[in-house]
Design a protein around this ligand. Sequence first.
Ligand code: NDP
Length: 369
Amino acid sequence: MSSRREFLEKLTVSAVSLPILYSPASVLAACDGQPYKGPVLRVAIMGLGSYGNRVARGMESCKRAKLVGVISGTPSKVIDWRKKYDIPEKNCYNYKNFDQVKNNPDIDAVYVITPNGLHCEQAIRVAKAGKHVICEKPMAINAEEGERMVKACKAAGVKLLVGYRMHFEPKTVEVIRMRKAGEFGKTKFFQGQSGFVIGDPTQWRLNPKLSGGGAMMDIGVYSINGSRYMLGEEPIWVTAQEVKTDSVKFKEGIDETITFQMGFPSGAIASCLSTYAMNNLDRFFLNGEKGFAEMQPSTGYGPIEGRTHKGKLTQPHITHQTLQMDGMAQLIFEGVQPIAPVDGEEGLKDLKIIDAIFLAAKTGKKVEL
Ligand code: NDP
């Protein structure tokens, strides 16, 4: 930001359209370095990989959430993280002993950032230890697992939240606000394109046991989730077509490219592409009777770029993981809901759609939801 005045002007513009999470008062309090006096969500990260590192960096700017612990299978990473984030030894666990987190009053929540195929079992163990669960997307590898996670967290009386960072992202929030306010008129069509060329063939993302699928689990889920928050409806049917050009890299159980279509109760339709074989695909388009929204990039780490029939989206870029973790702390402590939900039921809805897309691609038939 080039000057404080410019920053404040941008905040004033965006504040008109943003929900309580981004009220100027709370953002300005953070900018002015005024001490935050409310409760702080004390989080342990499980899985110190690429995204775990990004979340930890983002949390350094949070005022409502703080990284206080780690769960890892790699002792050398634990040593690094302890130094970097000033984490006490008593807050460090491995995959064998992390059930003991139940005896640790200094940890409120565990953020599961491991390969998809491990989320279900790990999240259920965290719930049984009495801690809130934040779980990365996809929440699990199928709806059956997702249902078990929702049930376990309910039984344990803890929250289950999914790392849907876009639900806190200011430009995305503005488009959802406009849709809710009727500014696009009746929304009729959504197009989502999500993909990149995946590298190293030995990585867990290409191992069906750990990933639960290929591009769909990893990146296609953004188009699925996006279709739901952009249109504001739940799909009632899906059709899907799979294309595989490299059956060595993309073995059985790993989708390379899937195009899929969804129908919604209002008559709206969505047309989406999920792929591990093409770059430059991070684009959402929403069309309504009175206007449109176009975002590209739409779900990357940002800045998100976009415009609507009313002009360019100008909301400020703030690190997604910072907003998400502050927003989740606010949700847990104050019940403040983001503009689109981030709870286990929301994660489960996406998993049911993924199951249906896989079935539709396999059978070539329209699958009702
Ligand atoms: P990485 O491979 O970079 O990290 C995963 C970490 O999980 C590892 O470093 C390791 O940490 C731990 N782990 C535990 N068991 C295994 C195992 N059997 N094989 C491999 N790693 C294991 O993956 P990412 O961080 O990219 O992805 C992790 C999760 O985060 C996925 O669910 C992914 O979909 C999600 N994600 C979400 C993003 C978002 O924008 N919301 C972006 C990127 C990923 P340790 O050594 O500490 O045990």
